[in-house]
Design a binder for this molecule. Sequence first.
Ligand code: UD1
Length: 332
Amino acid sequence: MRVLVTGGAGFIGSHTVVALLEAGHEPVVVDNLSNARRSVLARIGEITGHHPEFHNADVRDRDAMKSVASAGFDACIHFAALKAVGESVEKPLLYYDNNVGGTISLLEVLIAADITTFVFSSSATVYGDPTILPVTEEMPIGVATNPYGWTKIMMEQVLRDVQDANPEWSVSLLRYFNPVGAHPSGLLGEDPLGTPNNLMPYVARVADGQLPRLRVFGGDYPTPDGTGVRDYIHVVDLAEGHVAALGTHSGDAGVHTYNLGTGQGSSVLEVVKSYENVSGKTIPYEVVERREGDVAANWADVTRAKSVLGWKTSRDLAEMCADSWRWQQGSR
Ligand code: UD1
């Protein structure tokens, strides 16, 4: 399949482009490089032996997107979005414009170009603070604690409505839990600008000596060791989930919603321990106040993805940490 991949130079996008190439598809990458490097394209080439076509464009640029889309595609996977929770609180309009506005603009272009299979990068954040665990896809959409989270909830709704109005459309909503790790080659990974907000990139920099210690946000949650529990998923497993969704639902009219996680929760301290084991480094930490907007625990019921997509994760926490550590140590 010829697949238009927006945000294809980013963290999850780049791994998905690799997975698409390895599965014999033909991805075309669109990225505005606002949080990605052009060198990622060459690295994708190094890993796969294929050099995907690349367009430096913003999804909100209708003319540029029209011109890309006019070449004809079987499907679109839409990753391009902003994702920093704190920044979204400070600049909500930037987030609504870029994420929601960008998606609307892209959908208009796709409708005009008759590209009707769409895979969307959603998030477990749409469940808000889940009352029952593990979370299944039937659970109601929750209340977001920040504008970033609201943009994911809104974009899902826009897509359900667009599918309703265009019944031939196939929309897959992939709700990611906590994507971490890196490509095992050490060539692709997450490279946050400034101090990382998310746990694993932060731990990586502490292990590397770039940051003095981890602050563990909350030690009094109702979890086995008192620290927050999340469903960490290796980014390569996640990337393969996109290929599976595309394979199953291309041209399959309807809205198809999936949790993509491992189905297993790990606490902050379990992540720290695992990272210490694989890196051989000590990770100093102190337990501090809870972070506003955090939930105690969130992990996925992945029954649907397993049974319908025939997809499941195969990389455990130790592998996620090992690949993150390899990437952290690599020179970029
Ligand atoms: C966060 C976002 C979520 C987004 C996801 C993208 C919030 C509230 N949620 O999820 O909307 O989709 O990133 O990857 O920001 N932790 C520490 N110390 C740190 C950093 C994190 O103890 O320095 C803890 C957190 O309290 C949490 C766990 O580590 O228990 C995971 O945090 P993080 O990696 O930021 O992910 P989420 O908060 O689950």
